[in-house]
Design a protein around this ligand. Sequence first.
Ligand SMILES: [Fe+2]
Length: 340
Amino acid sequence: MAGHGGPGPYLWSRDGFLGANAVALRENYLPDYLSVEGPHAPHRVNLFDLPTADSMDAEALPTPVMTSREGVELAVSRRRAPTPYTVRNAEADELHFIQSGRARIRTDFGDIEAGPLDFVFLPRAVSYRVEPLDSELAVLILSSPLPLYFDVPAPFGMIHFGRSVRRAAITAGLAAEKPHRLWIKSFDGITRFEMAHDPLPAVKQVEGQSPVWALNLKEIHPLAYITGPGGPPGQFLSTADTSVMCYTLSARPGSRPPVHHNADYDELILYCEGPGAWGGVTEPGTLTWVPKAVTHHGPEENVPEGYQAWLLEVRPTMRLTKEALEYAAHIETGFYGLKT
Ligand SMILES: [Fe+2]
């Protein structure tokens, strides 16, 4: 397993995969640690282990699992009944990742259906309701105060935008409640409006394109290096200031990452599906978190059986919520197995 003992290269990199870097040959294998105490420690948690309020109470909102001072947040939803009110996020773009199950998401710009391994993008100020289509729905929700944009290294190849990106579409005849409850999310909580009309029913789209889209993780092709040892993954979505960046980290050719410090980013990786294992991670729905300045190596991505995973890099320093910490465990940072 991890290369205990012996010298090895160590990489320090700035601005994630985009900035300056330096490599030194170290005398020892640096990821090894004997014990850890305190908040800035590598953990993993499985989304399916976390109790979520909305699985038992249709009125509840998703359960936050990671937060930051800057407002970047991760939450988990396992909704079992349709949202009985309309939600609108006043301060963040939301990226909903469907780990399992299916849902219809009704929005200001029409409906979209999503299933396993779909990302659904709900930008700031777009109103929505979620209708589960089965009893398996489990969703990881990223909230980013700064807008997220497609940011691929080339205009085609990684994502076939015309074929793979589905847009919400307006269908007439949506049943509406009057009066209607509208909940607006902001940094300090929920503001509840009673509206004269349901905001969602629409007649047709007459300008622009729907800002609500869905895209399956399997249709985001990993960036790979055919000759040589390999290199970093390529992002598909990011903020203009690169404070939040999303990558596919599914199986691809190349050698194992170097032992490194990612100076400016916390790294969060969601392992979504096998059949191959990703190092010490084998259970779909496992979220690993390595905070910045914690030395890590990382498993092989060149797994012939294949697996699906994605990486979230965030400049803000993240913290597990008190509720999530109860279900999280420390990991070693060689193969991201449980710390023994
Ligand atoms: Fe890393």
